[in-house]
Design a protein around this ligand. Structure first.
Ligand SMILES: [Zn+2]
Ligand SMILES: [Zn+2]
Length: 265
C-alpha cells in the first residue's frame, strides 16, 4: 500500500510499504477513505514528538470501511464504516479503571506509537479494537465529515468540563476548526449569547461565511475584545470562556471578561 511516512522533522515521503492484514483474533483492517490533518500532525511534522519514532505513519482523524476482521471480533463486521480517533486507553491502569480513559497513564495513540491514517489501510490492534476510539458512522454522514468525530469529541469534552448551563454566555477565542466546532456544540448544548473573538479578519469572515452560529463576531485586531464583551454583557462578563488558540494575549483577556463563578477552559 502507499503510505506517507514521517521520517523526522520536516520530512514526509510517500512510499510503497507492505499492506497489513488481520493475523490475530482481535484485529481489524480498515480501508481508509479519508483522514483529516490535525494541528498536532503539523506540529509533529515540524518538531517531532517523543511518542513518534520514525519511520511512522501520522494521522488520527480517520474514516474508512472495515474489510477484514479477526474471528474474536464481535462489534465490527466487514462492510461497517467506522470513524477512528487518536487516544487508545490501555483499559487497565488506574485512570482507565476509573472511567477517565482520556487521561490514561500509558497514553497510546493512533498516529503516534500505533500507525496512523495517512495510508491506504490501517490495521487496528487488540487494544484499539477493545478500548480505542472506533465508532460506527451513521449512514447519512459521509467519510470526509466523519473524520471530524475525533476533534468534535475533544470539543465536547472541553465544553462538558466547563459545566455549561442553558442560557450561559459563551465566549470563544479563535475561529480555527476547533473554535468553529466549539461554537456549534455550545449552541446545541443550550448556550445563550455566543461571542466569537478572532484576531485575523480574514479568518473571521471565513467562519461567518461557513455559517458558524455565533451571535457576535469580534475582530480583536480592530477592536478591544474586553471592552466590547463587557459592554455586551452589561459589565458582567461571560460565564464560559474557551481559548481555542495558542495566544497568551487571549488567555490574559479571558481573565478580564470572565463572569463571577465563570469558567475558563
Ligand atoms: Zn487531532
Ligand atoms: Zn490506561
Amino acid at each position: 500500500m502507499r503510505a506517507a511516512l514521517f521520517l523526522g522533522p520536516e520530512k514526509i515521503e510517500v512510499r510503497d510499504i507492505e499492506t497489513p492484514h488481520v493475523k490475530k483474533p482481535y484485529e481489524i483492517l480498515v480501508k481508509i477513505e479519508a483522514c483529516a490533518v490535525c494541528g498536532t500532525d503539523i506540529r509533529i511534522f515540524h518538531y517531532g514528538d517523543s511518542r513518534v519514532k520514525p519511520p511512522a505513519i501520522l494521522g488520527h482523524e480517520i474514516a474508512g470501511e472495515v474489510i477484514e476482521v479477526g474471528n474474536a471480533v464481535t462489534r465490527f463486521k466487514v462492510g461497517d464504516r467506522v470513524a477512528i480517533g487518536a487516544d487508545v486507553p490501555c483499559g487497565s491502569c488506574d485512570m482507565c479503571i476509573r472511567g477517565l480513559s482520556n487521561i490514561c497513564f500509558n497514553h497510546y495513540a493512533i498516529g503516534f506509537q500505533f500507525p496512523g491514517g495517512f495510508a491506504e489501510y490501517i490495521l487496528l490492534n487488540e487494544m484499539t479494537v477493545k478500548y480505542g476510539p472506533v465508532h460506527h458512522i451513521p449512514e447519512n454522514v459521509n467519510s470526509r465529515l466523519a473524520t471530524l468525530a475525533e476533534p468534535l469529541a475533544c470539543c465536547l469534552n472541553g465544553l462538558e468540563l466547563t459545566g455549561l448551563s442553558v442560557g450561559d454566555t459563551v465566549a470563544v477565542f479563535g475561529l480555527g476548526p476547533m473554535g468553529c466546532l466549539l461554537i456549534e456544540l455550545a449552541r446545541y448544548m443550550g448556550a445563550g449569547k455566543i461571542i466569537a473573538i478572532q484576531r485575523s479578519y480574514k479568518r473571521l469572515m471565513m467562519a461567518k461565511q461557513l455559517g458558524v452560529p455565533a451571535d457576535l463576531f469580534i475582530c480583536s485586531e480592530q477592536e478591544d475584545p474586553i471592552k466590547r464583551i463587557l459592554e455586551e454583557t452589561e459589565g458582567k462578563g461571560a460565564q464560559i470562556i474557551i481559548i481555542a488558540c495558542s495566544s497568551k494575549e487571549a488567555q490574559e483577556q479571558a481573565v478580564n471578561i470572565v463572569a463571577r463563578r465563570g469558567r475558563i477552559n
